[in-house]
Design a binder for this molecule. Structure first.
Ligand SMILES: NC(=O)C1=CN([C@@H]2O[C@H](COP(=O)(O)OP(=O)(O)OC[C@H]3O[C@@H](n4cnc5c(N)ncnc54)[C@H](OP(=O)(O)O)[C@@H]3O)[C@@H](O)[C@H]2O)[C@@H](O)CC1
Ligand SMILES: Nc1ncnc2c1ncn2[C@@H]1O[C@H](COP(=O)(O)OP(=O)(O)O)[C@@H](O)[C@H]1O
Ligand SMILES: [K+]
Length: 481
């Protein structure tokens, strides 16, 4: 599991450690890790040209000290001081003593074999300031290595409130910062290397799961299992107009670990033709047999209101997606008030905007603004609806009403294809029916769906939602190892 801590958490941990270590120890550790990563990135250190961009805080100090270490190994190191009057004095002295020099020549950026971005780290607020902005647009020859955080990216949220410097590699100290895991910030970070500087950290604010975390959690039948004990998932999706959504949600559900899939709705004929293993009925959730979780909304069209009301009235976990979310936004959180079982909402940013309007009574915010602030959006929705929220998009974020947040590290933009969300909804519902709690079900579903999308688009080929569903067993296999 990758763990990310907020600036406040990092600073508290740092204070504890600083109180018992000689001054400068942490910065020396950080600089040593940074210089070691740079040395690995350069074909050879001796004779390489390195440019340090140094801001006014300790982030600049780290970069200058690392520059000094590289200069001692024979690199030709130049430093641009973005705030010369407030530069980290000890860092600059170390660099000069090691033979490095200060420059004001922006052309050094394009000539450097490696650039160290020490403009601003966890103390940064707002995008790059005007004096640093030109560097974001300059041609580069070698890799840009961000010190702790790419400058201009908000470390706590991944928001990029202006211009930021795109890195090829980020060397993060002590822990990931949420902004390194969540787009748009994550897309500026490149490959993230973690350097241990000895911090003792609390529970992380954000988690990103990996194969081993998931493997421990995926349901598997035991000798005592039968199809009902494995869980039955109900799918209330599709309509005469959108039968395909039903087929795709069922395709995801059949690969999600439940023992049986029960379909309730207008597309029963199409569903059973494609998947004869499905139990089908043409009415709504209330008239269907027992299930352990409902998925309601994909392609439900005009039937969404009725299907949603019936599913929400049931005592089992309910996943609301697509047209079900549009319907839920009309009533707002009140529709969930009487529920005794958990609810999982799976909006994309357009649906998230409608859900937020359902809370505030005001016009929906712009979906692009919500995409730029993914963590905050997922958290706000989870708190307002008292439901677990899986916010889809370039980084899928999952937020539980109690405050836990996970971000999904798998996936590919090729998943932005019609119907792939329906597959995800069915898959997540199946995991809910198999007994996972909403946070785990959503985490596992996003992870497997993302892996399947990558597998199906391997080599850079377009995928269809059907192919994503077909790749799900392979994704399970990869996770299980
Ligand atoms: N914590 C740890 O455990 C360890 C931390 N370490 C390192 O320290 C870093 C944190 O250092 P820090 O606290 O000095 O803050 P930092 O990121 O340098 O920025 C503050 C300065 O930047 C300025 N500034 C603000 N916004 C800006 C912008 N948009 N664009 C430009 N400038 C901007 C702001 O100026 P002001 O607003 O006052 O004008 C202020 O002077 C951390 O990321 C890591 O690298 C390691 O050495 C070891 C262990
Ligand atoms: N830029 C992107 N990068 C990665 N994944 C994306 C991107 N855009 C969309 N996705 C993923 O594609 C799927 C699309 O779902 P959705 O928007 O509900 O589509 P549909 O309604 O057509 O099924 C989601 O899993 C989402 O996370
Ligand atoms: K930086």
């Amino acid at each position: 599991m990758r763990r990310a801590h907020t600036v406040q958490q990092v600073r508290a941990a740092e204070a504890v450690l600083m109180a018992r270590l000689p001054e400068g120890t942490l910065m020396q550790r950080a600089a040593a890790g940074l210089a070691a990563t740079c040395a690995r990135l350069l074909p050879r250190v001796y004779g390489s040209r390195v440019l340090v961009l140094a801001g006014s805080g300790d982030n600049g100090g780290d970069a200058l000290h690392a520059g000094a270490l590289l200069a001692r190994r024979g690199a030709s190191v130049r430093a641009v001081l973005l705030a010369p009057e407030r530069v980290h004095a000890a860092g600059l002295a170390a660099l000069l003593a090691a033979g490095g020099r200060v420059t004001a020549d922006q052309g050094e950026f394009g000539r450097a074999d490696l650039v160290l971005d020490g403009i601003v780290g966890i103390g940064g607020r707002g995008g790059l300031r005007p004096e640093a902005q030109p560097y974001a647009a300059l041609e580069r020859r070698g890799p840009v290595v961000a010190v702790d955080v790419p400058s201009g990216v908000d470390p706590d949220t991944g928001e990029v409130p202006g211009v930021a410097l795109r890195a090829d590699v980020t060397v993060a100290f002590g822990t990931y910062k949420p902004g390194l895991l969540v787009d748009p910030g994550a897309s500026y970070a490149g490959v993230v290397h973690l350097v241990d500087i000895g911090l003792t950290l609390p529970e992380p604010a954000v988690q990103a799961w990996q194969h081993a975390d998931l493997a421990a959690l995926l349901p598997a039948p035991s000798a005592e299992s039968d199809k009902y004990r494995r869980g039955v998932v109900g799918i209330a999706a599709g309509s005469a107009r959108y039968p395909g959504a039903a087929v795709l949600a069922v395709a995801g559900a059949l690969r999600g670990g439940a023992g049986a899939v029960r379909y309730a709705g207008r597309a029963a004929e199409e569903v059973v033709r494609r998947f004869p293993e499905t139990l089908v009925s043409e009415g709504g959730p209330a008239a269907a047999g027992r299930v352990q979780a409902w998925v309601v909304g994909p392609g439900s069209g005009e039937g969404a209101a009725q299907a949603l009301a019936e599913a929400l009235a049931s005592p089992v976990p309910v996943l609301v997606d697509a047209d079900g979310l549009t319907e839920l936004a009309r009533t707002g959180p009140a529709a969930l008030a009487g529920r005794t079982a958990p609810t999982l909402l799976t909006p994309h940013t357009g649906e998230a905007a409608r859900l937020l309007a359902g809370v505030s009574g005001q016009a929906p915010p712009a979906a692009d603004d919500l995409a730029a602030a993914r963590l905050a959006t997922a958290r706000r929705l989870a708190a307002a609806y008292r439901a677990t929220v899986l916010l889809k998009g370039s980084t899928t974020v999952i937020a539980a009403p109690g405050g836990a947040v996970r971000v999904n590290p798998t996936g590919t933009p090729w998943l932005a294809t019609a119907g792939s969300g329906d597959v995800l909804a069915g898959l997540a519902g199946s995991l809910l029916a198999a007994g996972l709690d909403p946070l785990d079900a959503a985490t596992a579903a996003a992870y497997l769906h993302g892996l399947a999308g990558r597998e199906a688009s391997a080599g850079g080929v377009p995928v269809t939602a059907t192919e994503v569903a077909r790749a799900l067993p392979g994704a399970w296999g990869a996770v299980r190892g």
